[in-house]
Each structure stands twice: as C-alpha cells, then as structure tokens.
Design a protein around this ligand. Structure first.
Ligand SMILES: NC(=O)c1ccc[n+]([C@@H]2O[C@H](COP(=O)([O-])OP(=O)(O)OC[C@H]3O[C@@H](n4cnc5c(N)ncnc54)[C@H](O)[C@@H]3O)[C@@H](O)[C@H]2O)c1
Ligand SMILES: O=C(O)C[C@H](O)C(=O)O
Length: 332
C-alpha cells in the first residue's frame, strides 16, 4: 500500500542551500525512495518571486514522489501540519566573519519561528536547524517552543562529520564509505572537536582503527582538526559563497538516519540537547555521537575520553555557553 505523504518544511528555500536541498527531498534522498512528500517552502517577501521560480522548477522536474508544493512567505501557512522542519532561513556569513557574527540577525528569526512551529506543526514534528549559528539558533528555538519535546530539536553537524570522513579517506586514499565512527563534539564552529579516536576503516583484513592506519599523530592532532574546523571558511574563500550542496546532502543524511535509523555498528554526529553526558553542561545544544532507532536518537555512552579530547570538548562547550548569553543579549 502506498505510504501517506510526509510534509517537509524548508525555510530559506529560495536560497542556495534550499535550491540544492528541495530536489534531493523530492527525489527521495531524505526519506527514502518509497516515501511520498509534500514540500512546504518558506522565504521572505523580497525572495517571493524567486521562491515561485523554485516551485515552477519542482513542477517541471516531474518528481514521482512529490505530491504537492506549498511556496509561501506566510510562516503560519508554511508550518501548518509539517512533520519535518529543516530550518535553513537566515543569513550566511561572508569571508572573514565567524559564524557567530550572524548571531543578531539570525537568532531573532528562530525565536519568532519557534512559536509558529509550536502552534501549527504536526505533533512530534522533527526539527533540524541548519542556519548559523546552528547550535544556538536551535537552542533559542527549543527555549521559545517549550511544548515541542526537546528531543525533537536538533542542529546540523553532519556536514562536519562527513568532512572528517572525507579527510580520512583522502589521506588513506580509500573510499569514504569504508570509514566510520568519527565524532564531531560541540559547536558547528571553529571550536568544534573532530575526534578520530574511535573511528574505524574497513580493510580486507577486517575493521582497523583509523588512527593506527593513518599512523601520523601530528597530522591527526593538528592539520586534520584544523582542516575540518576551517572547512566552511575554505569553501567561502573558494566559492565566495558558503557551502551548499554538501550542506544540503548532510541535511538529508541527518534526517534520513534520524527517521530510518543508523546502520548497525555505526554512529553519526548530531547537535542535540545535552543531558550532561560526557560532563557537557546540560541544556546546551551540543554535537554528540548518536545512534538512531525508531525515530529516536540516543547519545553513544561510555567512550573513553583522553585528556587531549577533554580539553577540546570543554573549550567548545564554553563557547556554546558564551553564545547562549550573547543570543539572549541580542534578543533583549
Ligand atoms: N550547519 C551547517 O552545516 C551549515 C552549512 C552551510 C550553511 N549554513 C547556514 O545556512 C544558512 C543558509 O545558507 P544559504 O547559503 O542557503 O544562504 P542564502 O542567503 O543563499 O539563503 C538563505 C535564505 O533564507 C531566507 N531568509 C532570510 N530570513 C528568513 C526568514 N525570516 N524566514 C525564512 N527565510 C528567510 C533568505 O531570503 C534566503 O533566501 C546560513 O545561515 C548558513 O550560514 C549552515
Ligand atoms: O562556514 C559557514 O559559514 C557555512 C557553513 O556553516 C559551513 O560549515 O560550510
């Protein structure tokens, strides 16, 4: 029997991530090849004509899974009945800026849209915040939508996770699909901690620790970490625009694994609210290793943390605590 369509909201849908993301969703990349979807696309009035152009292209692409398109500048219409909300709307940073430099513009958007989601989205709507500063926007959304279960509000660090997999694969000259279980801890910012201590690589002789195969601690503790931390800035420098296709693809990976589950023996990184695991201050939206099953994420517990990792995990938590205070000062 055909499945009922799932309503997926993409805010900022006329922007560059939106333009890459909506065809992926309509093709089944996010929710699977047998899951019909109805796309809800929100943008602001100056982008209305462009948003309508995206709608025209979606119709022209004749996607078999796409059962309807709502393109609107009305936040209530956009949020009504949605099962999944991918929050991309906001302003990207430009060359030379840190992600928190877009804080004052973006957090107020998230405060406003929190109420609309709370009132009009479907019960149990899953929310993914992509717009920067992603963790803090998600925190604001969570705090201003108290009736949405905290577990349903997440932010995107899967792009950083995928970047880390990519760097290990490039270094070892192997397929990226043979690398797994890297971790991004903390903020989607230059203080994030990409951790390979538990990562493994599939080899003809079985799974081996990535650290052992790379066999270069200086690189793993130095250039590997800074490359992943600074990758967003490197893309902006190269394209004069921030990452879009990789961000859209990572957003699909995040929702797909959350809804359909992570493969056995594999974890992924998601920005989720901290319950105090790994001594991360409770209540922050912090990136952890998680497994997903039956539509719920669970933080992977019990991983040994060495002193090097501890310092980096604490530094990124501290930045998130500061960002939270800054966000509230922008809102007041
Ligand atoms: N978390 C991540 O991994 C990650 C990766 C890449 C980009 N980003 C962030 O995603 C965001 C979007 O990036 P982009 O390159 O698509 O930017 P963009 O400027 O191309 O698109 C953003 C869109 O949001 C719209 N918008 C602005 N205010 C809005 C509002 N109140 N409601 C709805 N829509 C609104 C704009 O009109 C625009 O169409 C940025 O904040 C960027 O920094 C995050
Ligand atoms: O770095 C940015 O500002 C965009 C995005 O967060 C990224 O990581 O590519």
């Amino acid at each position: 029997m055909a499945k009922d369509p799932v309503r997926v909201l993409v805010t900022g849908a006329a922007g560059q991530i939106g333009y890459a993301l909506v065809p992926m969703i309509a093709r089944g990349v996010m929710l699977g090849p047998d899951q019909p979807v109805i796309l809800h696309m929100l943008d602001i009035p100056p982008a209305a004509e462009s948003l309508n152009g995206v709608k025209m292209e979606l119709i022209d692409a004749a996607f078999p899974l796409l059962k309807g398109v709502v393109a609107t500048t009305d936040v209530v219409e956009a949020c009504t009945g949605v099962n999944i909300a991918v929050m991309v709307g906001g302003f990207p940073r430009k060359e030379g800026m840190e992600r928190k430099d877009v804080m004052s513009k973006n957090v107020s958007i998230y405060k406003g849209q929190a109420s609309a989601l709370e009132k009009y989205a479907a019960a149990n709507c899953k929310v993914l915040v992509v717009a920067n500063p992603a963790n803090t926007n998600a925190l604001i959304l969570k705090e201003f939508a108290p009736s949405i279960p905290g577990k349903n509000i997440t932010c995107l660090t899967r792009l950083d996770h995928n970047r880390a997999l990519g760097q290990i694969a490039e270094r070892l000259n192997i397929q990226v699909s043979d690398v797994k279980n890297v971790i991004i801890w903390g903020n989607h910012s230059s203080t994030q901690y990409p951790d390979v201590n538990h990562a493994t690589v599939k080899t003809p002789a079985g799974e081996k620790p990535a650290r052992e195969l790379v066999a270069d601690d200086d690189w793993l503790k130095g250039e590997f970490i800074t490359t992943v931390q600074q990758r967003g800035a490197a893309i902006i420098k190269a394209r004069k625009l921030s990452s879009a296709l990789s961000a859209a693809s990572a957003a699909c990976d995040h929702i797909r694994d959350w809804v359909l589950g992570t493969p056995e023996g594999t974890w992924v990184s998601m920005g989720v609210y901290s319950d105090g695991s790994y001594n991360v201050p409770a209540g922050l939206i912090y990136s952890f290793p998680v497994t997903c099953r039956d539509g719920e994420w669970t933080i992977v517990q019990g991983l040994p943390i060495d002193e090097f990792s501890r310092k980096k995990m604490d530094a990124t938590a501290e930045e998130l605590t500061e960002e939270k205070a800054l966000a509230y000062s922008c809102l007041s």
